[in-house]
Design a protein around this ligand. Structure first.
Ligand code: ADP
Ligand code: ZN
Length: 721
């Protein structure tokens, strides 16, 4: 029988059956090209008994067009696609798309033509052309990629090619990646590190599913330790996947990896050019890419011989994807390790309560590194009571913090001020009439960004120049910023210490791995004295000369508190505190707060994380909240307010009555409008034992709503906005 079932890369379609033409050989996992109406579409051959399709008689089947000359998607990955689709209530095709992340990689190896500046300035220099020349710099890529980077049309780029200012270069996309050498530069591990590394190395040798929680204080050498497991995987010819939470972290990581293994690993993130993506994807699929470091999207790639997964900074909530398939990369990574039958290491100095609980009940083996490596000690942490020692009016840094900054500078050491707020001020209002600037598309204030002279919405990206006149009362120059963002703190620092070199580190200033590398280089060269940054600087970085950390507003994370607010605050402050005193000089951390008696602050100051976690865990257990119970959010949205409300009510009325489950809402979402869509939320709370996905599938499957309504289900939600 020569028919097969194909999962196509189209979320709106179910699997379809095709005829396999004479002479074409396919098996489950084969990547194929299939006809679909007048078009062609990529898909993967699937086990027919695993996916339901409409039954079609043999004689009505259309033949497959092509089977790609690529290794088939292995069975563990096919099961992972099914599991992810099932668990997160997503179309299997959307999950599959993440595995086949580079459409162009499917074609055989060849060269790609890319373009770059020649240095020649054309005679006719239109403003557009000038902009392109200025913005492109060293950049290389397809015409489309260059046009995007330069903010000009494709035609401008093509015109520059004709004029000789841009030239074509042939890039081979199948150059092999250099092999990392497991014995290139191994460190001498200390006793605790050696013991931990031994456990992981044994697990890689055993080549079976083994989940670990690597719980080690900041600066304990977690990276050095799991590198030993990577080395073992290399020796055995197996691939390793290292997941990192932020693309900005990858660059320093690559350097560090190269120092240990002689070559950089293969990087996978959204900033890759198409040719780089294609080269990486193919090397991953053939098994030639031995170590892959990437953001969460690297998780679904078709590794040929995966032998180890590491999730670094595993507590980070950025592992949760909030659009498209709403999955949690940490959790799916554990499932992948289980299906692939390999070890996985979740590394963190501040593990999530979910992970700790798994260790507690013995599902994960816990490996601890209780001390910093070498002479470094954990920093001393003190709370600064903003009521007892307030900053002067209109300023945000308390006198004690300013004094410590001064001393740090005089010792030639570096300081870091942490405030998790981008821009200059979170709110702008008219001092005359009180008008507040709100985003036209979202329930959110417009945030002033003084560096680029704009008001911006952090939710939808809407921007406007700050108006001269108040749009309400038409008073001139009456707008005032309210509250601080990092830019305002940087201003205060510059006013206090005009000679100090400051740097602002946020996603606005560090938007690419190259920018991150530049920041690291400037820090290491001592070209920066004081860093003012958001959560982007709280993790991963290692600057031995950084000895003072100031947390500008420790209360910020607790506002509008959801389930994890206290935990997240603790993690964030502990992580940023962990940047201080990582070398030989001791570190000091000053935490500004209005409530020094809050349990989070108490835990940070006393260093007693255990009782804080114990209390948080107990509270979750009592309320049957995750990980002791299950949550799922349902967001109903439409551009039409009445339609959104109507659909949300319909879903609410149809809520099934099931034991061990309660449905709350619908209610207007805290972000009642987002990108021009009106939003309502329902929250499902269920016992762990309940198959809540099944209930929701059944419930929503019976209903229908107008085309303009979108209903998205968020299983294990991290955002409640
Ligand atoms: P963590 O990830 O636990 O915060 P790191 O792995 O970044 O800690 O280690 C902190 C610093 O100590 C790094 O500069 C690292 O290179 C260094 N280090 C850790 N262990 C060793 C070792 N055994 N030998 C040499 N340097 C080490
Ligand atoms: Zn907006």
């Amino acid at each position: 029988m020569n028919r097969c079932r194909v999962l196509l890369l189209n979320a709106a379609l179910g699997p379809l059956d095709y005829r396999v033409p004479q002479g074409m050989a396919v098996a489950p996992g084969s990547i194929v090209l299939a006809p679909l109406g007048p078009r062609q579409m990529t898909g993967v051959v699937w086990e027919a008994d695993r996916l339901e399709a409409e039954s079609v008689g043999d004689n009505r089947l259309r033949p497959l067009l092509q089977a790609y000359d690529l290794p088939p998607l292995a069975e563990p990955l096919r099961r992972l696609v099914e599991w992810t689709a099932d668990y997160y209530l997503a179309p299997a095709a959307s999950v599959l798309r993440m595995a086949l992340a580079s459409a162009s990689a499917l074609d055989g190896g060849r060269t790609v033509t890319e373009y770059r500046l020649t240095g020649l300035v054309p005679e006719r220099l239109s403003p557009q052309r000038a902009q392109a020349l200025e913005r492109l710099g060293e950049r290389q890529g397809l015409v489309r990629e260059l046009a995007l980077a330069a903010g000009v049309s494709d035609n401008v780029v093509r015109g520059l090619v004709k004029a000789g200012a841009i030239e074509a270069v042939e890039v081979s996309v199948d150059d092999p990646f250099p092999l990392p050498d497991p014995d290139f530069g191994p460190p001498a591990l200390d006793l605790a590190q050696g013991a931990a590394a031994h456990v992981f190395v044994e697990a890689v040798r055993a080549a079976d599913f083994a989940p670990f929680l690597l719980d080690g204080v900041t600066g304990s050498g977690k990276t050095e330790v799991y590198f030993e497991a990577v080395a073992e995987a290399l020796r055995r010819g197996r691939q390793t996947l290292v997941l990192l939470p932020e693309i900005a972290l990858t660059e320093p990581f690559l350097k560090r990896f190269a120092a240990r293994f002689g070559h950089e690993p293969v990087a996978w993130h959204s900033g890759l050019r198409q040719s780089q993506r294609r080269r990486a994807w193919r090397a991953i699929a053939t098994g030639d890419a031995r170590v892959v470091v990437g953001a969460r999207s690297a998780l679904f790639l078709p590794y040929r011989r995966l032998g180890l997964i590491v999730v670094d900074e595993a507590h980070e909530t950025s592992f949760k994807q909030e659009d498209g398939v709403q999955y949690h990369a940490r959790d799916v990574a554990v499932m992948r390790a289980k299906l692939e039958k390999i070890p996985i290491v979740l590394a963190s100095a501040t593990p999530a309560i979910e992970s700790r609980q798994m260790a507690e009940i013995g599902v994960y083996a816990e490996v601890r590194l209780p001390d910093r490596y070498g002479p470094a000690e954990l920093p001393q942490i003190e709370a600064l009571d903003l009521l007892a020692d307030p900053p002067p009016r209109g300023r945000w840094l308390a006198p004690r913090l300013v004094r410590e900054l001064e001393e740090t500078l005089s010792r030639g050491e570096q300081a870091l001020l942490f405030l998790n707020r981008r821009g200059y001020a979170p709110l702008t209002l008219c001092r005359h009439c009180g008008h507040r600037f709100q985003c036209p598309n979202c329930t959110a204030w417009m945030v002033e960004h003084r560096l680029v002279h704009r008001l911006a919405c952090h939710h939808c990206g809407h921007m406007m120049p700050p108006p001269k006149l108040c749009p309400e009362c038409e008073h001139e120059d009456s707008l005032v910023p309210v509250g601080p963002g990092v830019e305002r703190i940087a201003d205060e620092v510059r006013a206090l210490f005009p000679d100090a070199k400051t740097a602002i580190v946020t996603s606005d200033t560090i938007w690419s791995p190259a920018r991150a590398a530049e920041f690291v280089a400037r820090m290491e060269a001592g070209e920066i004295d004081i860093v003012v940054g958001t959560q982007l600087v709280t993790k991963g970085y290692h600057f031995p000369n950084l000895t003072l950390v100031g947390v500008v507003d420790a209360d910020l994370g607790l506002q509008g508190g959801d389930l994890r607010a206290a935990e997240r605050s603790f993690q964030q402050i502990a992580q940023v505190a962990g940047r201080a005193g990582r070398g030989e000089k001791p570190g000091l951390v000053l935490v500004q707060t209005h409530d020094p008696s809050a349990p989070v602050i108490g835990a940070l100051v006393s260093g007693d994380a255990e009782s804080f976690y114990a209390a948080e865990t107990e509270a979750r257990r009592e309320a049957a909240m995750p990980p002791f119970g299950r949550l799922a959010g349902i967001v109903v949205s439409s551009e039409d307010a009445a339609e959104a409300l109507e659909a949300a009510r319909l879903i609410g009325r149809a809520a099934p009555r099931v034991d061990n489950m309660a449905v709350f809402g619908p209610a207007p979402a805290p972000l009642a409008m987002l990108r021009g869509r009106h939003r309502h939320r329902l929250l499902v709370h269920a016992a762990r034992s309940l198959d809540v996905q099944d209930v929701i599938r059944d419930w929503l499957g019976k209903l229908s709503w107008p085309r303009g309504v979108r209903v998205s289900v968020d299983v294990d939600p991290y955002s409640f906005l």
